[in-house]
Structure formats: C-alpha cells, structure tokens
Design a protein. Structure first.
Length: 287
C-alpha cells in the first residue's frame, strides 16, 4: 500500500506534459530574471557560416518582461547567404570586375590621316606661271623706270682735276692730261697715291661703247709696274705709232689688252676691255 498523500498534492504521474517539475519553476524564473534572450555567437560550424547569428528567446516570460526580442530573419537568397554583402564607401571608386587581357590593344581610335591641301594639289603649271608673271611685271616696271628716268645704268661721274693737280704738285713725274675726248667719255674714278718705289696716277673711263678703260702714269720701274698692272703673263705683241710716239701692244688679264709707253722717268699704260680703236683714241689724247 502507498502512503497517504495530502489532499492538495497532485500525483507525479498526473502532472501535465511539458510542465516543469517541482524544481524547474525556480530555474525558469531565474533564467527569466537573469536578462535578455541568449545569443549564440557565430562559430565554425555550417550553421554559423550560412548566415548571421540566430537569436533565441529565453522564454515567454523573459520576452514579455524585457520587451520583444529582435529576431533577424535568415536570408532566403542562396547567393546572398553564401557571400557577404558588398559595401561601397562614400566616394570610393569600385574597381572594374572585368580584367583586360594582357597585351590588349588600346581602345583609343586611330588618329585620322593628315588632311591634304586640296588647293595645292589642284594648282596646275599654268596657275603657277600666272602667279610668277604677276610678280615679275612690277619688278620689270620698276627696273625700266630706274634705267630710263633715273639713269640707273649710267656710272657715277667724277672730276679728275683734283687728282691731276695733286700729281702735278708732287712733281714726281711728268703728268699728261687727256684732251679732246667727247662727253661720251665718262670719268668714273681718279686717284693719285704714293706706292712702294714711286707714285701712281690712275684715271678710269667708260668708253662711248660702254666698255672700261684706264690710264695709268707712274714713276715705278717698268719691270715692276707692268707685271703688277697687266699680270705676270703679260707679253708684248708689237709696236704701234700714235702721234709720233711709239707704243708697245701687250696682252693683259682675261680679255683685256694694253698699250704701253716707256719714257725716261715715267711709264704710261692704257689698258681695258674696250676695243683697240678706243684704247688708241685715249692714248692719242694725252698732252
């Protein structure tokens, strides 16, 4: 026989299923009073890596006492669970996820070819000739005006009198002057100077035919004067008589020719590229 039990005591086998035992109410209330719901930290197992930590409420009474528990639902997207979310910071530049293959060609478009000047390619030889003619016409007009009205082709004339007077004043040798030459004989230079071994008077002319002729009178020895005035290759070509005086014909530089008069204390040379008749005319005018 079982011993008699108090009237207010319920037999153990009649306790409702799921209710705590005699010692459990204290533990339940202690857990409820201890604090908020228990959080399981993330671990290395599959459940922790699959998503964020799950929050389990400690109990109905604890939840009601501390407030509703915050439950983060697990994401349902498998891709979102498998990979952490990408967080872009403000102002950060997200790198491109597409890698360029090594050695890939530049994406910049090639530079266009230089434009060809259509005007230059379209110019014909006729156009170039016309352009040249347009330039030459003003030049020709200016040249004609210079020659016709300003006497551009005419040499500047000088007065030989000062040089002749200086030579006569030096009294180094007898000085002769051309006389009877026409106005078409233009004097272009006249100079008297002392040189090594003597002194020399030079008078230059432009002949009526527009050629050059020069009158040289000097007391420098002839063996030095002739090579200096006519070149070292000057050779006598024979004699010619002019107004009773015997002149020696000589070759000179390039296309020049000369007439040489040898006198005691003086040598007279008439030389130039003028024709021989003009050279003879100048030599005959000396007085």
């Amino acid at each position: 026989m079982e011993p008699a039990q108090p009237a207010d005591r319920v037999p153990a086998d009649r306790l409702p299923t799921g209710d705590p035992g005699p010692g459990e109410p204290g533990e339940t209330h202690a857990a409820s009073a201890a604090g908020p719901a228990r959080v399981e930290p993330a671990g290395t197992d599959a459940a922790s890596t699959a998503g964020p930590a799950r929050v389990e409420p400690a109990g109905t009474d604890a939840g009601s006492a501390a407030g509703p528990a915050r439950v983060d639902p697990a994401p349902t997207d498998p891709d979102a669970v498998a990979q952490p979310a990408l967080v872009e910071s403000t102002g950060a530049v997200r790198p491109s996820t597409v890698a360029e293959p090594s050695g890939a060609a530049s994406l910049d478009p090639p530079a266009p070819p230089a434009a060809v000047d259509a005007r230059r390619s379209d110019r014909s030889p006729k156009d170039m000739a016309i352009s040249l003619l347009v330039l030459l016409i003003p030049i020709a007009l200016l040249l004609a005006f210079y020659r016709g009205f300003l006497g551009g082709d005419q040499p500047t004339q000088v007065d030989p009198s000062p040089a002749i007077e200086q030579a006569q004043g030096a009294n180094a040798f007898p000085v002769s002057q051309p006389t009877g030459l026409g106005d078409d004989w233009r004097t272009v230079n006249a100079r008297y100077q002392e040189v090594e071994g003597g002194s020399t008077l030079r008078i230059g002319y432009v002949t009526p035919e527009g050629q050059g002729a020069q009158l040289v009178q000097s007391n420098v020895p002839a063996e030095r004067l002739i090579p200096a005035e006519l070149s070292d290759r000057a050779q006598p070509q024979g004699q010619t008589d002019l107004d009773g005086r015997s002149w020696q014909r000589y070759t000179a530089r390039q296309n020049e020719q000369a007439l040489v008069l040898l006198e005691p204390g003086r040598t007279v040379i008439v030389v130039g590229d003028a024709r021989e008749n003009e050279l003879r005319r100048l030599a005959s005018s000396l007085r």
